[in-house]
Design a protein around this ligand. Structure first.
Ligand SMILES: Cc1cc2nc3c(=O)[nH]c(=O)nc-3n(C[C@H](O)[C@H](O)[C@H](O)COP(=O)(O)OP(=O)(O)OC[C@H]3O[C@@H](n4cnc5c(N)ncnc54)[C@H](O)[C@@H]3O)c2cc1C
Length: 287
């Protein structure tokens, strides 16, 4: 049994935690964000979980699309995740898949209760006596996702810098009795104010989630909604909320620097670039 630390509760990291814990290791997860899910965190309304960052599991190319069965059967078998075909409009920026699915990731998020969740930020890692030291605690290994806020690793008298940039995006959730618009599973564009949108209909209400375009970040929520095209389609607005997501972004060059510390036996870098790509790599290496 090893003592293992992971960073973050994004879906790929929770899938990995589940596997490591099944292998009988002792798992601690550091996540400074009080919401579970990382960039896939959600808001619960009337018993439904709505991803506030407009999240979708979609393939980035034909090769990935051919692996849908692999992804779906793993999520179903391991976490009993409810998966339905998604017939909403799909307008991604890149590859257009023939089919899409709707995933309720709640049972995956719930697995986070099984681990020692530590709501503290890690800045520095240190390799000492073949172990890894994190904020005064010693572990056998650490698993680090691509978008994590660690900026250096100490090894003997060396300090290896692994810089990142913080990007804060703004996301809007509107709940209305009805939205007179077709279901949108994902659309990269919507109007002058919002991009990356989703429109979903539930039994008692409809939801609109969107990212605020860069130019309009910092605008008051009511003003954004009033000016946006979406206001024409809202019937009986029930609530609206603005969420800010703090992403520890790494450029391709910064990711290459991060990958270099994978050479240490105690450090494992996990590809979380996109869900599909990350899952397929995880499957090959760890699952
Ligand atoms: C807003 C947004 C939406 C996205 N939507 C999609 C999508 O729909 N589909 C898709 O395939 N990909 C999407 N992506 C790509 C995304 O990068 C991955 O899906 C994935 O969530 C990244 O996982 P991660 O663990 O690297 O980072 P995150 O998801 O950001 O999760 C990292 C978590 O760990 C915490 N954390 C980070 N560093 C530390 C530290 N040093 N100490 C303590 N806690 C720390 C963070 O606060 C956060 O909660 C999205 C990315 C963003 C930014």
């Amino acid at each position: 049994m090893k003592s293992i630390a992971l960073i973050g509760t994004s879906p790929i990291m929770l899938i990995l935690a589940n596997k490591l814990s099944k292998d009988n290791h002792n798992i601690s997860i550091y996540d400074i964000n009080p919401r579970i899910g990382g960039a896939w965190s959600y808001y619960e309304y009337d018993g439904k979980r709505i991803n506030t960052q407009t999240n979708v599991i979609v393939p980035a190319n034909q090769n990935e699309e051919e692996k849908f069965n692999l992804v779906n059967s793993y999520l179903k078998n391991e976490f009993n995740i409810n998966i339905q075909e998604d017939f909403g409009e799909n307008k991604p920026l890149g590859y257009l898949s023939k089919k899409n699915y709707l995933y309720d990731l709640q049972s995956l998020y719930q697995t986070s209760n099984k681990y020692n969740l530590i709501k503290k930020k890690i800045n520095t890692l240190e390799i000492i006596n073949n172990k890894i030291k994190i904020n005064e605690t010693i572990y056998d290994e650490i698993y680090i996702p691509y978008f994590s806020g660690i900026d250096q690793l100490k090894f003997k008298d060396q300090i290896i810098k692994i810089p990142y940039n913080i990007i804060v995006s703004e996301h809007v959730l509107i709940i209305a009795k009805n939205i007179k618009y077709h279901n949108v599973s994902y659309s990269e564009n919507f109007d002058k104010y919002f991009d990356r949108i989703q429109i979903r209909k539930y039994d008692n209400f409809s939801s609109f989630t969107a990212r605020v375009r860069k130019e309009y970040k910092g605008t008051q929520l009511d003003i954004l909604i009033k000016k946006s095209e979406i206001s024409k389609y809202l019937e009986q607005k029930l609530m609206s909320k603005l969420f800010k997501y703090r992403n520890f972004y790494r450029s391709f060059e910064q990711l290459e620097e991060l990958k270099k510390i994978d050479k240490f036996d105690q450090v494992n870098i996990i590809n979380t670039f996109q869900f599909f790509e990350g899952f397929l790599e995880l499957k090959t290496k760890y699952l």
